[in-house]
Design a protein around this ligand. Sequence first.
Ligand code: FE
Ligand code: FE
Ligand code: ZN
Length: 302
Amino acid sequence: MLIIGSHVGFNSKDQLLGSVKEALSYEANTFMFYTGAPQNTLRKPIDQEKTNEALKLMQENNIDIKNVICHAPYIINLANKKDPSKWDFSINFLKQELARCDELGISSMVLHPGSAVGLPKEEALENIKDGLNLILKEGYRCRVLLETMAGKGSECGSSLAELKYLISQINYPIGICLDTCHLNDSGVDINHFDEYLNEFEQEIGLEKIGCVHVNDSKNFLASHKDRHANIGYGTIGFDALLHVIYHEKLATVSKILETPYVGESLEDKNRLYPPYRFEIKMIREQTFDDHLLEHIHTYYKR
Ligand code: FE
Ligand code: FE
Ligand code: ZN
């Protein structure tokens, strides 16, 4: 069975219960959330009652919590130690987020490896490795998945070699989250995805893949940009993405959409609506629908 969902919200009031409800409104059978706003550090304690209600609702709707993914906040950067207080902050914040995932029963957390910002790549990778070894020593049940990055600015983790190096240097179980937009922007042609997957299998091992972010891209191959497009509306295209989504070697892995909300047009930013319900439908039907906007407007403007 296809395991598909999208990024959803997690507000301090309804917490995981709100996330599950949102996922169900998209007819998804999994989802990804942040345990608070991705840009800041304000976190409310986990509400056990809400968590229990969320678990019950998941069970009733065949959402397996094993497939649910958390995403670490963007402000965490383990790659740069120039300001020790900032690095310590990243370490402690990631520890706190992993502890929250353990409390919620979530087994995977996607993490951007980090940005070198002025440091040589080798030093940045050392810092990431040191940071993760320090954090994972605590023994969380939740597994960290390093995300494949577009290579925007000084981002680390945009090549198999860098990810392989990190995995080999970290003394604890750790996995990878593939992101199709990031792969495209880093120079991996999703139209030849099997070549990449074979190389991944040889260099790292498919068992390390814990999540796939399915996004089209607004930019061309190897652009190093990282701007997501709606499924079938970007440079990767519907068929290439469908091939990844239904790949037999990735059948047990959660597919998560992080495509942009849409307004009056695909570029309008005034009043935005989530596209996920309709993208998931297209994916399930395996047929591209070039009326995505109309469907979204009819549904949400009722
Ligand atoms: Fe990400
Ligand atoms: Fe992603
Ligand atoms: Zn991205």
